[in-house]
Design a protein around this ligand. Structure first.
Ligand code: UDX
Length: 439
């Protein structure tokens, strides 16, 4: 099929290359010239394992192109809208200006019989509104909502092997046509029996925000338990293991620690609350405010714990922060808990050195006042305390004995409950973690 992908961020760039991998002829469009230039040269504009290889492979087939000109979307049978929906400045609601601008501009080239498939995470009700716009300007064109569930760090795998497909279809007779077209786009995925849910627009939009809210709630639940463990001397990691054996609960997303960040979960739960308020159903989601609060408290607790192990004062203390990205295998620092803690410590008088295998460049742009180092050893040189705030494999693999040679004080704070407490304590370190007794 001929496909256009509007918006080439994490979602769009990976989607465009993945659609070319499935055999389609794809054009990826974005207004950001440097991003398009980089994609054209098969250079990934962000860190995502496996993406650059996929890009090289699909560009070489000649089936994938990138452009800054919307007229290049002309003639595509399916147009995927993949632009960002960030949080509005000073408000909880989602900023829909990019979705609206992309759709407006797409309407200039859209033809009857073509399908617009929205993938961006939007407040419920958006698809119906956009469908009206499309119907008015281009009678005979169809709009569907087809949310995406990819995780950063696994974006390629999640796009080519999703665990489910969700189609939000129009109420009219166009639903069948839209479903057929999406089935053709995803043919190999559909044929291997991937579960598919066809629904109305509102349900499809809500699937995404409900899924992210559930995940955020699960993380904040275990972090609330961590607060209790801290008060009682219980161990949150053992607690998570034990409750996780119950199939109905499951162990995934029960890792207590510094909590969630990134470009999706925090802003999506806030936008969901804001939308519920507009719909007069705010009570239904007031628990998400608590989920957000629990999450934010973990960052404050981490700063307090650092002060505690530094004998009650952060002034002039040398703090090494290992990890700046909001999660491992990513260079994304949007709402990163690690950077948030690093900045708070610095503001409170500590001398903070941050390192990360992929996110230093992005971090330096956002927090130029922090000091950065290329390696964990360099960051920890003569440190009074080491904080592991993003669980990159290279930090979990550190040899605590050798690493102990570079620091001034062998104190480690495990912000993700991911290090081996035994290995570190046996090497003479004071080990502290959120929700667990001092080791
Ligand atoms: C998330 C959703 O998982 C994905 O389905 C959606 O499409 C986009 O948002 P992503 O933001 O890439 O994906 O990251 P995810 O793996 O969900 O992690 C989010 C945050 O939660 C990270 O900061 C991570 O460190 C934290 N987390 C995750 C925990 O604190 N504990 C856990 O047990 C799991």
């Amino acid at each position: 099929m001929r496909i256009s992908v509007i918006g080439c961020g994490y979602l769009g760039a990976v989607h465009a290359a993945s659609m070319a991998e499935l055999g389609h002829e794809v054009v990826g469009i974005d207004v950001d010239e440097p991003k398009i230039a980089s994609l054209r040269e098969a250079r990934a504009p962000f860190y995502e394992p496996g993406f650059e290889e996929l890009l090289q492979r699909t560009l070489a087939t000649g089936r994938l192109r990138f452009s800054t000109d919307m007229s290049d979307a002309s003639g595509a049978q399916v147009h995927f809208v993949c632009v960002g929906t960030p949080q509005k400045r000073g408000e909880n609601a989602a900023d829909l200006r990019y979705v609206e601008a992309a759709t407006e501009s797409l309407l200039q080239v859209l033809q009857a019989g073509e399908l617009v498939a929205g993938k961006s995470t939007v407040p419920v009700g958006t698809a119906a509104r956009l469908a009206e716009m499309v119907g008015e300007k281009v009678p005979g064109a169809i709009l569907a909502w087809n949310p995406e569930f990819l995780r950063e760090g696994f974006a390629v795998q999640d796009t080519l092997h999703p665990d489910r497909l969700v189609y939000g279809l129009p109420a009219s007779g166009a639903a069948e046509v839209a479903e057929r077209m999406l089935d053709e786009v995803y043919a190999p995925i559909v044929e291997r029996g991937t579960p598919k849910v066809t629904a109305d627009y509102a349900t499809a939009e809500m699937v995404k925000t409900a899924a992210n809210s559930f995940l955020a709630t699960k993380i904040s639940f275990i972090n609330a338990m961590a607060e209790l463990c801290e008060a009682t001397g219980a161990d949150v990691k053992l607690l998570a293991d034990a409750i996780g054996y119950d199939d109905r609960i499951g162990r995934k997303f029960l890792n207590a620690g510094l909590g969630f960040g990134g470009g999706c979960l925090p802003k999506d739960i806030r936008a969901f609350m804001a939308r519920a308020g507009e719909l007069g159903a705010d009570q239904a989601l007031t628990f998400l405010r608590e989920v957000d609060n629990i999450n934010m408290r973990r960052r404050i607790r981490m700063v307090e714990l650092t002060r505690e192990v530094c004998d009650g004062s952060l002034l002039g203390k040398r703090v090494a922060v290992l990890g700046a990205a909001f999660k491992p295998d990513s260079d994304d620092i949007r709402d990163s808990p690690a950077l948030n803690v690093a900045a708070q410590l610095q503001l409170q008088g500590a001398v903070v050195r941050v390192t990360d295998p992929a996110a230093i460049e992005n971090s330096r742009r956002q927090w130029p006042q922090l000091d950065y180092a290329d390696t964990a050893e360099e960051a920890a040189d003569r440190a009074d305390v080491v904080l592991v705030l993003t669980e990159w494999k290279q930090y979990l693999d550190l040899d605590p004995r050798a690493f102990g040679e570079v620091v001034a004080q062998k104190r480690v704070l495990d912000g993700r409950n991911a290090l081996s407490r035994t290995a570190w304590t046996e090497a003479g370190w004071t080990y502290r973690a959120l929700g667990r007794r001092a080791g």
